[in-house]
Design a protein around this ligand. Structure first.
Ligand code: B12
Ligand code: SF4
Length: 575
């Protein structure tokens, strides 16, 4: 038998399930390759292949590409494998090696800025892994066409690295309606195809045009919705039309994943509460309950993982969380010692909190708070976290530092919000603004670390202080850690980024707050901790809690939300 016509692949870090830890995969998008062995056990990056060398799991987007191609080609002509098995499959008859790119250069949401904390010239682990594919000797030997696609493919165009990596075609966007035609043309040697192909918005498929994947995805990713109608200007899914997948479609995907060995599925969405939503972003709790119950009934499935949610629906109707908790918390593999679940289980959906500044919020993301108004965001977040925590939802919250036009006043308001959240449970992960392609802010400037203000450093390291306390707790590990931080500052941080990070770093290292209160904006020195060193949840000390009762709902039309009804219930923000 000759070599397959098409070989599909993804880098080890993007394909790996890291023992179900999405956190580790995110770390791989961030840490420098050079130090990766310290943070990530290299063994956890070894992925499982079937005896014939095909990959057992790869990112869901690549599974979709494979599924589409399998409509027109046989399983012998389309092979999906990891980098280490490219040698086995790529040969003289291979016309295309197609690569999935989630974060190929590590520059999404400034993931590379994290790696720059270690110095300017360190390549993120993700980027190193991507290079392993494009520079693979077998590709150099047979010179198949290299096609790259996926949510992070734009990075290669933006960084102008198509030539360097010998990439023949970059396909950006949802490909369900166009892929097979393009691949046929590439295989036939059609030279009229442009090198960079942007799939237009009007070619986004309806849910009926999206097939059920044929094989298992990394983390058992199963799409329950696609696109988001809240319209935040920095976000790429915001430009996609909102769609909910029919339950049978979802169930078929779950069965495919479990049938090929997944013990866990990740129900993926930009916002789980968009699933089968009712008018005006009203959460359809019965539909979600039905979804969870159906998924849990699949034999062989042990656990469920959530992806993204928004926080406004939680405040608008706390019963959503109360009703969904028994259907997800006990079925999560995640645990935390503060959980009140009998088995200490928790869920950690990702929430974009982004900023504490109502001004920036109003400018760039007002749809995110709907049905509340931008100036109420802080109260919505504090109240939302309290509700979530009560039911053992300890979210993974992200913030964006350096949105265009951010002033000290804005950063102070983000710090105020962080202070209000000091007793809540969850992770607070600061990212830096990056103008992603296919967003309304694509022409704006990225943040540069060297220009970070003292307040931004304070925000950054206060988040990480919370995170370390939340996950590590005990004092012993804290001491070890406290020693390393000043060393970093003396040997590297000060040289690279100046003295602005000094006191924020001291806080991060756990130095007594009273020594720093003159130098920092927030003052934690009067705040008593409990014995375990963790922050107790006490709503009485959360300022603003009472005011939440008076939150005003806004009408959808006031923030420019326009209902869009095709397929399923959908809405699209057009402001
Ligand atoms: C599940 C998920 C994850 C999971 C699992 C990732 C994985 N490797 O499997 C976790 C939580 C670990 C994760 C991590 C990260 N993620 Co993520 N993730 C998603 C999410 C929610 C779903 C992805 C998915 O399966 N979608 C469904 C599939 C069908 O869509 P797709 O992948 O885009 O594929 C389509 C096309 O792109 C194309 N396509 C895909 N592959 C290929 C390959 C070829 C050759 C071709 C031609 C076409 C093609 O065809 C598909 C069908 O149309 C998306 C949001 C979303 N809804 O898409 C964010 C998203 C893709 N992630 C994002 C980011 C930024 C990250 C991180 C960098 C975050 C961070 N800072 O740490 C990391 C990177 C980790 C890594 N190295 O892989 C951003 C990307 C933004 C951007 N435009 O660059 C998104 C869009 C989230 C967002 N709201 O902004 N992610
Ligand atoms: S809420 Fe905003 S940031 Fe989140 S997916 Fe929707 S548009 Fe993007």
């Amino acid at each position: 038998m000759g070599s397959p016509k098409i070989v599909l692949t993804a880098s080890s870090t993007e394909a790996s399930e890291f023992k179900h830890s999405i956190w580790q995969q995110m770390l791989s998008a961030t840490i420098p390759y050079k130090f990766s062995h310290i943070f990530i056990d290299p063994a956890s990056m070894i992925n499982d292949s079937w005896p014939d060398g095909r990959a057992k799991y790869v990112p869901n987007g690549l599974r979709m590409v494979e599924t589409l191609l399998l409509k027109d080609y046989s399983e012998d002509d389309v092979i999906t494998c990891y980098t280490e098995n490219l040698e086995k499959f790529v040969g003289p008859e291979t016309s295309i090696v197609a690569i999935h790119a989630h974060n190929p250069l590590g520059i999404s949401y400034a993931t590379d800025v994290y790696s720059k904390l270690a110095g300017d010239n360190f390549m993120p682990l993700n980027a190193h892994e991507f290079m392993q594919i494009v520079t693979h000797p077998i590709i150099k030997k047979y010179r198949p066409k290299i096609v790259v696609g996926g949510p992070g493919a734009w990075q290669l165009e933006k960084a102008n690295r198509l030539d360097e990596f010998n990439i023949d075609y970059l396909i950006d966007g949802e490909v369900e309606l166009v892929l097979n035609d393009m691949f046929k043309r590439i295989i036939a040697g059609d030279t009229s195809l442009p090198r960079i192909i942007k799939v237009p918005k009007n070619m986004q498929p309806s849910v009926d045009e999206i097939p059920v994947v044929r094989h298992r995805s990394t983390f058992g990713v199963v799409e329950i919705t696609r696109g988001c109608g809240r319209g935040c200007q920095f976000c790429s899914p915001a430009t996609k039309v909102g769609r909910s997948f029919p339950l049978e479609h979802i169930m078929d995907s779950v069965r495919v994943n479990v049938g090929e060995g997944a013990s866990e599925v990740m129900l993926t969405s930009e916002d789980m509460f968009l699933y089968e939503q009712l008018p005006n972003f009203t959460t359809n709790v019965p539909a979600l309950e039905k979804l969870f119950k159906s998924v849990l009934s699949v034999k062989g499935l042990e656990t469920i993982q959530l992806s993204h949610i928004t926080i406004a629906p939680v405040v608008k109707d706390p019963s959503i969380i109360e009703r969904l908790t028994p259907l997800c918390v006990p079925y999560s593999h995640l645990k935390h010692h503060e959980s009140t679940d009998p088995n200490k289980c928790i869920v950690d959906p990702i929430i974009g909190l982004e900023t504490g500044s109502p001004r920036l919020f109003d400018t760039y993301m007002k749809g995110k708070a709907y049905p509340y108004k931008a100036h109420q965001w802080r109260d919505v977040v504090v109240k939302g976290m309290e509700i979530l925590n009560k039911y053992n939802w300890y979210p993974f919250n992200t913030f964006i530092i350096g949105l265009p036009g951010e002033k000290d006043e804005d950063t102070k308001m983000s710090l105020d919000l962080l202070y209000d959240l000091r007793d809540s449970k969850g992770m607070y992960v600061p990212t830096w603004f990056v103008p992603l392609e296919n967003t309304r802010m694509q022409k704006k400037e990225s943040v540069k670390l060297i220009e970070m203000t003292d307040l931004q450093w304070e925000f950054f390291f206060t988040c990480w202080k919370y995170n370390i306390e939340f996950y590590r707790g005990g004092t012993m590990s804290r001491y070890k850690f406290s020693l390393g931080v000043p060393l970093y500052y003396k040997m590297l941080g000060k040289k690279l980024f100046g003295e602005g990070m000094k006191y924020p770093l001291w806080r991060f290292a756990g130095f007594p707050e009273r020594l720093m209160r003159k130098h920092l904006y927030l003052d934690f020195s009067g705040h008593k901790r409990n014995k375990q060193g963790m922050r107790p949840l006490n709503k009485e000390i959360i300022p603003g809690y009472e005011t939440v009762k008076g939150l005003n709902m806004v009408d959808a039309s006031q923030i420019g939300v326009k209902k869009r009804l095709s397929n399923q219930t959908q809405a699209e923000v057009v402001s």
